[in-house]
Design a protein around this ligand. Structure first.
Ligand code: NAP
Length: 303
């Protein structure tokens, strides 16, 4: 569903309180915690770059307050909001309708408040992975369609990545610590993309051949994040030059997985690029305008 274009106001200085008026349209991010989020920085930079009279604020919302907060978006005249940990699934029944990707994945990261007050849930994490991987592959002259992807994880990020990889016409192997979660992901995917191939594996059972056979490797576990354990050595040690290797984790920006991929000559996609691409898709839904992706990237790189 296309969003109505937002009114362009006078050019605004980045983030200055003096630019906010009674006409300023509000957006934000609902999460717990939310103080660490990079999204206010990149959206406010993008609004300023396009001269849009809009602002994006962090909204710290506990689980018990989620229904009131979501209803409050409508009551307060918000244009929309992002939704992050731990609310992406819990928010689904609070919305009036879901876009296709959100319905497929039973998870929402973007709410659009329609002119009539209806709340639409979208999942732009799918576009984030899709657009970041497709752009990196195109820049490196690599053809993905008809190839294989190895996806690590079966949580929220992995669901989005699975749909994105299937849309890129890649046959999937999903490997996860909890095999039942990977099976649930495979069932969602086969309902969403009929005919899309998806094998399920235990993360511990992955072998060198599984890794070498992949054209695309995506880490969508929290492994590799500071203090969260390591991606299995079997994966890190068997990356090859012909692959596109993406990591959803963005703290640190260059994870051990990406560093190994870079050393072996693979094409790499970091978690900040995925974050920027999902933000660009949310921005387009709220404003009806193409996002200034370079401005968003610069904003997070300066952080
Ligand atoms: P989630 O729903 O909690 O899923 C976590 C995943 O990591 C599950 O597959 C889980 O396996 C696995 N995992 C956690 N600890 C593990 C361990 N010790 N050993 C093996 N597997 C383990 O989280 P999420 O929302 O999908 O987020 C995953 C990562 O992606 C986070 O680092 C998050 O910051 C990042 N992310 C990035 C973006 C972006 O735009 N770049 C967007 C969304 C998320 P089990 O099923 O066995 O528990």
């Amino acid at each position: 569903m296309a969003a109505a274009p937002a009114a362009a106001g006078p050019a605004r200085r980045t983030g200055g309180l003096d630019t906010i008026s009674g006409r300023t349209r509000l957006t934000g991010i609902i999460g717990d915690p939310v103080a660490h989020s990079l999204s206010p920085r990149l959206h406010n930079a993008a609004f300023a770059a396009l001269g849009l009279d809009m602002v994006y604020v962090p909204l710290h919302v506990k689980a018990a307050d989620l229904p009131a907060a979501v209803a409050g978006l409508r009551a307060l005249g918000f244009r929309g909001a992002n939704v992050t940990i731990p609310h992406k699934t819990a928010v689904v029944p609070l919305l009036d309708e879901l876009g296709d990707d959100a319905a497929c994945m039973e998870a929402v990261n973007t709410i659009v408040v329609r002119r009539d007050g209806r709340l639409t849930g979208e999942n732009t994490d799918v576009a984030g992975v899709h657009d970041a991987v497709a752009a990196a592959a195109a820049a490196a002259g690599r053809r993905l369609a008809g190839g294989r992807a190895l996806l690590l994880g079966a949580g929220g990020a992995a669901r989005a990545a699975a749909l994105a990889l299937a849309r890129l016409d890649l046959a999937l192997t999903v490997a996860n610590r909890t095999v039942a979660a990977a099976e649930r992901l495979a069932a969602l995917l086969s309902a969403a993309v009929p005919g899309g191939a998806c094998e399920v594996r235990a993360l511990d059972d992955l072998g060198a051949a599984d890794v070498r056979a992949a054209d695309v490797v995506v880490n969508a576990t929290s492994l590799g994040m500071e203090g969260h354990g390591k991606v299995p050595a079997c994966v890190v040690d068997n990356l090859t030059a012909g692959q596109v290797v993406a990591d959803m984790v963005y703290t640190p920006r260059e994870t051990e997985l990406l560093a190994a991929a870079r050393r072996r000559g693979a094409t790499t996609v970091d978690g900040l690029e995925v974050l920027v691409r999902q933000a660009a898709a949310s921005f387009a839904l709220w404003t009806g305008r193409d996002a200034p992706v370079d401005v968003m990237r610069d904003a997070v790189e300066q952080g």
